[in-house]
Design a protein around this ligand. Sequence first.
Ligand code: SAM
Length: 317
Amino acid sequence: MSVDYLRVSVTDRCNLRCVYCNPRGDHGLRDRAGILDFDEIHRVVRLCAECGIRKVRLTGGEPLMCRNIADLVGRLAAVAGIEDLSLTTNGVSLGPMAAQLKAAGLKRVNISLDAMDRLCYQRMTGFDLLPQVLDGLHKALEVGLTPVRLNCVVMRDRNLSQVIPLAEMVLDLPLSVRFIEYCPTSRITGRADDYVPNAEVRRIIETRLGPLRSVTVPHAGGPALYFTIPKAPGAIGFISGRSSAFCDDCSRLRLSSDGKIKPCLHADRSYDVRGLLQNGAGDEAIRDLIRRVLREKSRYTRITSTAEDFLMQSIGG
Ligand code: SAM
């Protein structure tokens, strides 16, 4: 599998307290001085592009909490070799920023949305902000940050009741609703037995909405499998990271907010690019490090990983 995709966590800060991610909010956060700045991110992305990276996704933490994020978008969109620039957001601040992000060169967004019921949304995220997220979603469609994809983490005792309301969005809107298997990542995230296999989520959907038919959607290079419902403008996706490891098809590297390149989300191994930046390394030394990660990536998979407690928020999910 050729590796051409970089996910960049631009901050480890977030304005939500999702039960599956960082319910305490401040758990494990870095001192701000330890976080890459925009110049450093731009340089690493430019050098990654010189080593074959073609797609970049900004994530976090919550990327829209970064002041002047549209400036970073504009700078990264102009990097030679980057063909696809996207962003993953919780959508809370997206409405007022969507047009500006589009104008800066952002191609599309993924929006995390785990409930259509306001109270359930509040219980999942800690805040009563569902209307703002729905506004962000509609603005994203309006300004053409498309294809829009929704990411829904399903937890048995928390939001299983939301599978149908979330899936039904594809009956009215041209977007993909993707169900993500909950992966307990640290001692503070929700209970491990809240995990629901996607086979069960699919059964729930098919029982109500009829059989799903496999389909190919644009920009579907990742681990999601997509399906349609007859006459629906949207699609349903499943990302089944726990029930079926997709390491052989993984084309991505991750740059954490504190400047580590990770060959695998679950890897206990990371490569310290920030150390090089801080020590005044030249471009060639940084390209050497990136090429080394690319060469060694296949050694690291979820199966070989021994990492037990990590913060999705600083790696970028
Ligand atoms: N703040 C942004 C957002 O909410 O989309 C970006 C960061 S968030 C860490 C990125 C993705 O990680 C989200 O789509 C979320 O669903 C996923 N995620 C976080 N913790 C997870 C967990 N324990 N299991 C599965 N997915 C998780």
